[in-house]
Design a protein around this ligand. Structure first.
Ligand SMILES: [Zn+2]
Length: 581
C-alpha cells in the first residue's frame, strides 16, 4: 500500500541535537528509551486510510499531475472557485470544494487520506494559539514550554511527535523538561482494565477516604516515574497514618489555643526566649522546607512528601507535641505557654503552605482557621515558604537526635527487662565523648522524663559499671556514641512511686467512667494488699489526691463508693472506690 511520509531521516541529527537540550525525568530515558528511538530517525508514516481525522491538505491536478500542499485557509480560498463562508475544513465538506490547478487550470483532487492523529498532538504548542496566523507574541514567549508530563509509553507517542514537529518547524525542542509517569496498577501489580474489573473507582475513594488521602498516597508511595499499586486499603492507611496525624496535631493546637484565647501578635514570644524544644522544631521546619523545595525541583515528589511525613509524624506529633502537652495544662498564660503556642502557630502556618500543593483541601482548612486579616485569602495564593536561615540550629538538631536515640535505647532496655515506663528507675549512664555530653546535657531533662529515671550520668568509660552489669543490677546496650546503661534495681520507694502513678491513671479513667466534670471533687478509698507497699505509698497520698482531684485519700481494707474497681498492679491486688462529693 502506498503511503505519504515525512522524511524525518533527513533531520535525524537535528532531532538528536534538540533532545540534548531537554531535561528528562528520569534521566536515563533521554539517551535510553527515547534517545535510541530518535537516533533511528525513521521516516514518519503520516497518512491514514480512514474517514475521521485531519484531511491531508495535498491536492493533485487531474490533468498535468501538479501537486499543491495547501498551507492556509487563505491559500485554499485562492485556489477554489466555490469557497464560501462559513467554511468547514473537515470531510466531507473539504472535498466538495472545486480546486483548480495553478499550472493548467484543470480540476484538482485531494489525496484521500487523513493525517496520523499523533501529528495533531505534536502540533499542540502552536496550534492551540492559531499560530502563525494569530498570537505570534504569546506563542514566542511561551515556546518551548517549561514542563510536560505524561506516561512512560509516550516516548514513541506525544513526547516524540512534539519534538519531531518542533524540530522540523523551528529546529528547537518543544519542551524544556519532561516528567514521564509510571503506570497505576492494581493491588497485585496488574495493569488496570475494564474487562478484568480490577480498577478502583476514584470517586468512591473521594467519598470514603477523601481526595487529599488519595493524592498523598499517589505522591508519596513511589517516584513519579515508577509504577504504583493502587487499592483502597493503601489509601486508608495513608489517611490513618499521615493525614489524621496532621489533623489531630492541628486540632490539639487549635483546641488549646482557643481555650486560652491565644493571640499570635499579643502573646508572641521572641524566639531566643523560647525553650530548646521550641527552637528545635522551628529548626527542623526550616530543614524540611529546604528538603521539600530541593526535591520538588527534581520532581522527586515522593522524597518531598516523605520528608514532610517524617516531620509531622515523628518530629511534630510524636516528639514536640507530646513533649509539650504538660506546658499547656497550667491555667494562666505563662511565658512558657505563650512560647509553645507561638511556636505551634508558626509551625502550622508554614506547614499549611508547605503541604498545599500535595493536600490542597486540608491545608486550606488549616490555613483559613489561623490566618489573620493581612494575609492572602487562600493558602493557594500564598508564596511557597522560604527557609529562614536564622532559625536553623544544626547543633541543637544534632543534640536532639542523640537524645532521641538514647531515649529509644532506654525504652528497648526497659522492655528487655520487662519494667514498664511508669515505674521510675534510679539512673541511666550515657557512655559517650565529651563533645556529645556537652551537646546533650542541656537537654538531659528530656532523657530523664522520657525513660523515667531519677538521674542521668555521663561517663567516658563503661568499666566502672561493669561489676553492676555482671551482677544484673544494670543492663547495657551499644549506642552510636558509645553505650547506654540502665540501673534496673527497683527499691520499694521506686516501686511505690510507679504504683502511685498507676493508681492515678486508674482513678482518672474511673472519673471518666462516672462522667465527672473536670472540676468535680471526689473522695477516694484504696485497698493495697501488701502492707509494706501500702506503708511506702503513704508518701504519695498528696500526689494522688492532687492529680485526681480527690479531697482525701484513705487506705482501707474494703473500699466503697459510686464506683469500685480492682486491679493487679506490680503483682499486688489493688481495689479503688471513688465517690463524688
Ligand atoms: Zn494541472
Amino acid at each position: 500500500m502506498e503511503s505519504w511520509f515525512i522524511a524525518i531521516s533527513k533531520r535525524r541529527e537535528n532531532l538528536v541535537k534538540n533532545n540534548e537540550q531537554i531535561e528528562w525525568y528520569p534521566e536515563h530515558i533521554k539517551h535510553g528509551r527515547f534517545g535510541d528511538f530518535i537516533s533511528e530517525g525513521k521516516d514518519w508514516a503520516l497518512s491514514r486510510d480512514r474517514y475521521w481525522g485531519t484531511p491531508l491538505p495535498i491536492w493533485t491536478c487531474t490533468e498535468c499531475g501538479h501537486q499543491v500542499c495547501v498551507g492556509s485557509v487563505e491559500e485554499l480560498k485562492q485556489l477554489s472557485t466555490n469557497f464560501s463562508e462559513p467554511y468547514d475544513l473537515h470531510k466531507p465538506y473539504v472535498d466538495q470544494l472545486d480546486v483548480r490547478c495553478p499550472e493548467c487550470g484543470a480540476r484538482m483532487k485531494r489525496e484521500e487520506e487523513v493525517i496520523d492523529c499523533w501529528y495533531d498532538s505534536g502540533s499542540a504548542p502552536f496550534a492551540q494559539w492559531h499560530y502563525p496566523m494569530e498570537n505570534k507574541r504569546v506563542f514566542e514567549k511561551n515556546f518551548p514550554v517549561d514542563f510536560i508530563c505524561e506516561a512512560l509509553d509516550q516516548t514513541r507517542g506525544w513526547f516524540y511527535s512534539l519534538l519531531a514537529i518542533s524540530t522540523l518547524l523551528f529546529d528547537k525542542p518543544a519542551y524544556k523538561r519532561v516528567l514521564t509517569l509510571g503506570l497505576v496498577l492494581d493491588k497485585d501489580g496488574q495493569k488496570m482494565s475494564k474487562s478484568k474489573r480490577n480498577y478502583v473507582d476514584p470517586s468512591m475513594i473521594f467519598e470514603k477516604e477523601g481526595a487529599d488521602a488519595l493524592r498523598w498516597y499517589l505522591l508519596s508511595t513511589n517516584a513519579p516515574w515508577m509504577p504504583i499499586r493502587f487499592y483502597e486499603d493503601a489509601v486508608k492507611e495513608t489517611l490513618g497514618g499521615f493525614i489524621l496525624t496532621l489533623w489531630n496535631s492541628y486540632r490539639f493546637f487549635a483546641t488549646y489555643a482557643s481555650l486560652d484565647g491565644f493571640n499570635p501578635e499579643k502573646h508572641n514570644v521572641a524566639v531566643e526566649e523560647r525553650t530548646s524544644l521550641d527552637r528545635w522544631i522551628l529548626s527542623r521546619l526550616q530543614r524540611v522546607t529546604r528538603e521539600v523545595k530541593e526535591n520538588i525541583e527534581r520532581f522527586e515528589v515522593h522524597r518531598a512528601t516523605r520528608a514532610i511525613e517524617d516531620f509531622v509524624v515523628e518530629d511534630l506529633s510524636n516528639w514536640y507535641i507530646r513533649r509539650s502537652r504538660k506546658r499547656l495544662w497550667l491555667e494562666e498564660m505563662t511565658n512558657d505557654k505563650a512560647a509553645c503556642y507561638s511556636t505551634m502557630y508558626e509551625v502550622f502556618l508554614n506547614l499549611s503552605k508547605l503541604v498545599a500543593p500535595f493536600i490542597p483541601f486540608l491545608s486550606e482548612n488549616i490555613y483559613l482557621s489561623i490566618k489573620d486579616n493581612g494575609m492572602p485569602e487562600s493558602v493557594h495564593l500564598c508564596d511557597y515558604p522560604e527557609v529562614t536561615k536564622e532559625l536553623v540550629d544544626e547543633n541543637l538538631e544534632e543534640a536532639m537526635k542523640t537524645v532521641r536515640e538514647v531515649v529509644e535505647l532506654g525504652r528497648t532496655l526497659r522492655s528487655q527487662v520487662g519494667i514498664k515506663i511508669r515505674y521510675p528507675l534510679s539512673r541511666a549512664v550515657v557512655v559517650c565523648s565529651k563533645k556529645v555530653e556537652d551537646s546533650v546535657k542541656p537537654l538531659v531533662d528530656l532523657v530523664k522524663e522520657e525513660i523515667n529515671v531519677k538521674e542521668v550520668i555521663f561517663s567516658r568509660d563503661k568499666k566502672p559499671f561493669q561489676q553492676q552489669v555482671d551482677n544484673k543490677e544494670m543492663v547495657d546496650v551499644e549506642s552510636k556514641e558509645g553505650f547506654l546503661l540502665l540501673d534496673v534495681v527497683q527499691t520499694p520507694e521506686l516501686i511505690a512511686e510507679g504504683v502511685s502513678r498507676e493508681i492515678v491513671r486508674r482513678i482518672q479513667s474511673m472519673r471518666k467512667g462516672l462522667d465527672l466534670a473536670i472540676e468535680d471533687r471526689i473522695s477516694t478509698k484504696i485497698m493495697v494488699d501488701n502492707a509494706e507497699l501500702r506503708e511506702t505509698l503513704e508518701e504519695w497520698k498528696n500526689y494522688i489526691a492532687e492529680e485526681t482531684r480527690s479531697k482525701e485519700i484513705e487506705f482501707t481494707a474494703k473500699p466503697e463508693g459510686n464506683l469500685v474497681k480492682s486491679w493487679k498492679l506490680n503483682d499486688t491486688e489493688v481495689t479503688i472506690g471513688i465517690t463524688k462529693i
